[in-house]
Design a protein around this ligand. Structure first.
Ligand code: AN7
Length: 366
């Protein structure tokens, strides 16, 4: 391990420079992304899979510099754009990719252009893109239509597309799998993958990247088994599950409101090669998983993350998860990304009362 890694404070390209086979003069654009916490979640395990005694961990990707896993891929895609002499980067986004692209674009001194589905991007994500100084184009259309437009920028040689159709994005996101194996090693003695890897699926880049990452880590000799990849789409945007494009995808988890995933086939390969599955969860199941992580473990993620936790609960109830297994749920983004939904769905214990101690105590049954 020591030959392939560097101190944890560096970004993923420095830390995994040997695995990525980077030349010494590679121009790295980094915000010290990665090294996110892998947090034991025993109460969430009991909530999701009562009686199965799972060894559950959540990988909190909200701890990345722009608050989502996208930074792992963006450091690589933007570094490569600089290496290739590009002056502009462009992406379509449900919000997190655009926040990340805008940040790394700013850091690299590139012009960032982002194309968004109007009215369907969570407030925190939009505020980030505004603050980082990106050109923001809102279209009357959904993410899939925005991505179709972005693909046309391939005709302009000065512009790099930084959606996950850019292979450097997927390569960078493999680092999440490297970290999980190392971090499980610190809990369990030797580096190893989980038995089951639960993950939200939108454009299907991340499930593709994690599967490639686990395989890469095994090829490098650091682990000897591979996990089952268990992906969860939102029911209203479940193209892979239902085997058809969704022209009008809908879910409250706007991050995964995607009807025609770009990495569709690669995600199916990850599912099949790993012996896992891709299923869907409805918005109620998403909200339940999202709130449970916050209320039971103190981990505030964004709504889409409820797909991996809610997915685990659904799979366990279906008898698909073996007792005593080690399980990782990826929590792909930070809760503050979507304050509107947090306030709407999390307000059960909120009260407005007179400024009077006794009244407050009565309300609290104290
Ligand atoms: C929090 O930002 O597609 O299956 O444009 O933001 O790799 O697409 C975001 C996706 C899961 C799904 N969780 O990952 C975008 C975008 C969160 C996300 C996903 C996204 P993919």
């Amino acid at each position: 391990m020591t030959t392939t890694t560097r101190p944890a404070s560096l970004g993923i390209l420095e830390r995994f420079r040997t695995l990525y086979e980077l030349p010494v003069d590679y121009p790295i654009v980094s915000l010290n992304e990665g090294n996110t916490p892998l947090i034991p979640a025993p109460k969430l395990a009991e909530w999701a899979a009562p009686g199965l005694d799972l060894n559950l961990f959540v990988k909190f990707e909200g701890a990345n510099p722009t608050g989502s896993f996208k930074d792992r891929g963006m450091t690589f895609a933007v570094s490569q754009a600089v290496k290739d002499g590009k002056t502009h980067i462009v992406c379509a986004s449900t919000g997190n990719t655009s926040a990340s692209a805008a940040a790394y674009g700013a850091r690299a001194g590139l012009q960032t252009i982002i194309v968004l589905p109007k009215g369907k991007v969570a407030l925190g994500k939009l505020s980030q893109a505004i603050m980082y100084g990106a050109h923001i184009i809102e279209i009357e259309g959904n993410f899939d239509e925005a991505l179709d437009i972005v693909r046309e920028f391939a005709a302009l040689p000065q512009v790099a597309i930084v959606n996950s159709i850019n292979p450097y994005r997927i390569r960078g996101q493999q680092s999440g799998a490297f970290e999980i194996c190392q971090q499980l090693g610190s809990y369990l003695g030797v580096p190893q993958p989980p038995d089951y890897h639960f993950i939200p699926v939108g454009n299907a880049g991340n499930i593709t990247a994690y599967w490639a990452g686990y395989q890469r880590f095994m090829e490098a000799g650091h682990i000897s088994t591979l996990p089952k990849m268990c992906g969860y789409e939102a029911e209203g945007a479940a193209a892979i599950v239902q085997g058809k494009k969704f022209d009008h995808p809908e879910t409250l988890a706007t991050a995964i409101r995607i009807g025609n995933p770009a990495s569709w086939e690669a995600a199916e390969a990850a599912r099949d090669e790993s012996g896992g599955w891709i299923d869907s969860v409805n918005d109620d199941e998403i909200v339940a998983g999202w709130k449970a992580a916050a209320e039971l473990e103190g981990v505030f993620a964004e709504p889409a993350c409820g797909a991996s936790v809610g997915g685990l609960k659904k799979a366990a109830a279906q008898g698909k998860v073996e007792a005593n297994s080690t399980v990782v749920c990826i929590l792909t983004g930070q809760g503050l990304k979507d304050p509107d939904n947090a306030v709407a769905y999390g307000k059960a214990k909120k009260a407005t009362l007179p400024a009077d101690f006794k009244t407050i105590c009565t309300h609290l049954n104290l």
